[in-house]
Design a protein around this ligand. Structure first.
Ligand code: ADP
Ligand code: ADP
Length: 226
């Protein structure tokens, strides 16, 4: 069963913009996959659909054979999604943000606390655990959002432009974390408009442009074409 299976997925916004024009795409379980494309290609729309933040206009998205459209809560339990926009309660402490997120998924509080410590540690935020989110730099906020997305121990982690605008050192530490959880068995799908990010991190890649998949190949094969 593929980790992600998109079938004729469409999105037309109320203003008439066709952001996704019938996307067919499979991502295999265990993959570290890049969705590469320029600004406006439809990447955030696709991720919004997976995160149940955007309603699709047609077609279907399945996560390990669970329909995002028809079995929303089961699909959400399998997914961790890190959107591009920072959406943190700035006054809440990092530790509480993570523990409360696990609470939404019915994770027992003692387990939630252990997980919060584990992921805040792995994302090098443990020393800030008792500080409010507003004290963090932009790169730290991104890492906090990744930690939060891990709190339900998802089988698929989806990152929308995870390293856009973060400096090279933080970018490398985020790549390291992504590789590590992928080795532990989590399928990772990230969007990027940096070829370099796909090259450093990913095995397989699809290129999206104007709401359509125009290429689906290995990163190696893509690099030999350029
Ligand atoms: P990006 O290209 O980096 O995904 P955008 O600047 O396109 O970011 O979008 C930022 C936010 O504005 C997103 O939440 C997106 O859904 C929304 N948005 C983008 N384009 C439009 C538009 N034409 N009309 C209304 N909202 C839009
Ligand atoms: P990307 O993430 O690849 O930059 P988006 O999914 O943000 O692309 O945008 C795809 C297209 O949909 C763009 O033309 C964008 O302006 C448009 N769009 C995005 N969000 C909205 C929205 N909320 N309302 C109307 N148009 C939107």
């Amino acid at each position: 069963i593929p980790a992600l299976d998109l079938r004729a997925l469409r999105k037309t916004y109320p203003n008439g913009v066709e952001a996704l024009k019938g996307i067919d795409l499979k991502v295999e379980a265990g993959d570290l996959f890049a969705l590469l494309g320029p600004n406006g290609a439809g990447k955030s729309t696709l991720i919004g659909i997976l995160a149940s933040l955007v309603n699709s206009s047609g077609g279907e998205a399945r996560v390990f054979d669970v329909s995002v459209q028809r079995e929303r809560s089961r699909a959400m339990a399998l997914l961790g999604v890190v959107p591009q926009e920072i959406n943190l309660n700035q006054f809440e402490k990092l530790f509480d943000i993570c523990v409360n997120e696990a609470g939404f998924y019915g994770v027992p509080r003692s387990v939630a606390k252990q997980r919060a410590e584990k992921y805040l540690n792995e994302l090098r935020l443990w020393d800030k655990a008792q500080q409010p989110a507003r004290n963090l730099s932009g790169g730290m906020k991104r890492r906090l959002m990744i930690a939060r997305a891990m709190m339900n121990e998802p089988r698929v982690l989806i990152l929308d432009e995870p390293t856009a605008g973060v400096d090279i050192e933080i970018r490398r530490s985020m790549w390291q974390f992504v590789r590590q959880i992928n080795r532990e068995g989590v399928t990772v799908i990230l969007t990027t408009h940096y070829l370099e990010e796909a090259e450093n991190l990913c095995r397989n890649v699809a290129i999206i442009d104007h709401g359509q998949i125009i290429e689906h190949t290995t990163v190696k094969a893509l690099l030999t074409q350029i």
